[in-house]
Design a protein around this ligand. Sequence first.
Ligand code: IMP
Length: 425
Amino acid sequence: MTVTVIVGAQWGDEGKGKVIDLLANRADVIVRYQGGNNAGHTVENERGKFALHLVPSGISNPDTLVVIGNGVVIDPKALREEIDRLEAQDVSTKNLRVSGNAHLIMPYHILMDRSQETRLGQKRIGTTHRGIGPAYEDKAARLGIRVQDLLDPKIFRQKVEASMERKAEILRLVYHQDVEGLADQCEEYLAMAETLRPYIADTALLLWEAVRAGKEVLFEGAQGTMLDIDHGTYPFVTSSNPVAGAASVGAGIGPTYIDRVWGICKAYTTRVGEGPFPTEIEGETGEYLLERGHEFGTTTGRKRRCGWLDLVALRYAVRINGLSGLVITKLDVLSGIGEVKAATGYEFEGEICLEVPRHQSVFHKARPRYETLPGWDEDITAARTLDDLPQEARDYLAFVEEQAGCPVVAVSVGPHRDQTILLST
Ligand code: IMP
């Protein structure tokens, strides 16, 4: 049995949900280890179409245990709503477990996130306004409220009071926000505590037992490598570590238990929010990718910025995550686009660089150096083997594989589970 980490190899939205859902059939346990309801996976299978934000993608599989690990930040209201939506769609959540050590996104975190972004104006990060950054700030400052605190109202209130005191002042005096209702909104969390109680567990222990019992375990990364707070395009990043190494910390499982790491990568690139994106394309081709790829955020509905595949960033993702396999998604979107480009390097002040620039100012000004490959016009959504693909599409995949220095283990050619060319199991 295998312990696999699935990570985004780009700026998020690579189609991790579909890949997890595909592998979920064989998985005994699926685990989220970072991020929060800033993520968004749309999973489409025979049981229906589900928009998931916090709950791991394997939830629609009745035999899979799904775990929200300690590294995730949880908005209990959002979690409750997601559970209710799933139950309403006849998806049982009885196999969901939530770490008692995970931190809560409090109402004041959401207000803080919005206020800070508004204040930053042109310099904003383009966050999802879900309170992710401020919740992780409090965690690091040891002012966070954890899931387990919901089970002890006295402690919960004491901690909220201590944590909110200074923030309420900042919100009121610096950001001119109305903080009147905040305490009541925090109190509403307590009202939800009993309904969440059955889900709360020592998830690190559960995982250890699963691994020791030789179960198939999947870690589901949210966001992507380039949004990692340490390894991404800081400060235009999220506040957690989406990279594979974080699976260990964010779930409480030793790194030696992890057998393989698969990186998910679109056949082109998208990103939402601000920050450098060397291969971004504006105009007709960008619009083509946006429309054909339905590139609108699952969480915020925002238009995603679209561009050609960035092989410099992909090589970086292979290195930082120690990827052992690559899954290329949305290859079908490139059908009919004409010639296909991919950046193999960047140009900066006459120099060519093949690595992601160490200096942020360089990254902002880096220009892509493209290789152009012949495109294909055929509809490839019915392809199930490499041989079903036009030669040009196969050549493109071979080029990506060679440039990335990592084997392609699967190719996705449509949103459905079966629209996949699986090259490794
Ligand atoms: P935050 O995670 O809401 O703080 O947002 C920080 C940055 O990460 C922004 O650029 C967001 O657009 C981006 N981001 C957060 N979650 C996702 C995701 O699931 N997919 C893509 N981008 C994301």
